[in-house]
Design a protein around this ligand. Sequence first.
Ligand code: PGA
Length: 247
Amino acid sequence: MIIAGNFKANHTRSSALSYCQELDLFLQNKKEEVYIFPPNASLPYGDFSCLNIGAQNAYLTENGAFTGEIGLEQLQELKIKTIMIGHSERRAIFAESNDLCRAKFDFFAQKEMKIFFCVGENLAVRQEGKVGEFLQDQLAGIELSYSHLIIAYEPIWAIGTGVSAGLEEIGQTCEILKNLGCARVVYGGSVNANNAGEIMDLEGIDGVLVGGACLDLENFCQIIKEGEKSEMRKRSFIKQAVLGEKK
Ligand code: PGA
C-alpha cells in the first residue's frame, strides 16, 4: 500500500525533521510505501532508510529567475526524488492550470522523478454527473503509462472538510481512472485512522494521501497500520480466489 502524508504549510524545519526520523524508525521491517511531503522550507536533508520524502511543489526548471519557487537543482541537493503536481489547493489558490500541470509533469517525468499527480472534481461537477469528463480533461496529455506515476484522486469537496467521499463514490471514480489507463491510484480527502482501512480495502485503490490526519505522527502511524491490515486482507482474498479456481 502507498501511504502518503501532505503537511501543506504545517510543521517547521525542526519538527518535520524529528517527525521524519521517528517515522523512518517506525517503518523498519514494514512493507508499506510511505511518503511525507513537508513544506519546501522544511524538506529534510539526507537519506532515510524506509521513508520517502517528496516536494509539494516545484517549478519546471533546473534553476533561474523564478521568484518564490524552487527548481530541480534544489530538490536534487536534498535528494528529493518525488514531487506532487496539481494539488487542488495549487490549482485553486495559485491558479495552476491543466496546461501548467501538464508541463510540470513533462519536465519532471523527463527527469525520472516519481510523480503524485492530483486530480479531483468540485461538488458542482459531481452533481452535474460530469466526473468522468472532468477527470479526463485533467489527465489529457499526461503519459499514464509513465512507470513512476501515482494518480491521487482527491475530490475537492472532501478535502479538509472532515467528510470523506463515500466508498461507492470512491470505488466508481477509481474504476473510471483505471479505465482511462491509470495504473496506481490513491484516494485523498478527509482520510483518517477510522476510515483508512475500508477505503484501502476497495478494489483498485492502492493507498491513501492524507492531509490533516498526518500532522500528528501517532495518528499517521495508525493509518499505516491500517494499510498493512488492508494489504493482508487483499492478499488473502486473492489467495482464496486462486484456490477456488483450482478446485
Ligand atoms: P485532508 O487533505 O486529508 O486534510 O482532507 C488531503 C489533501 O489535501 O491531500
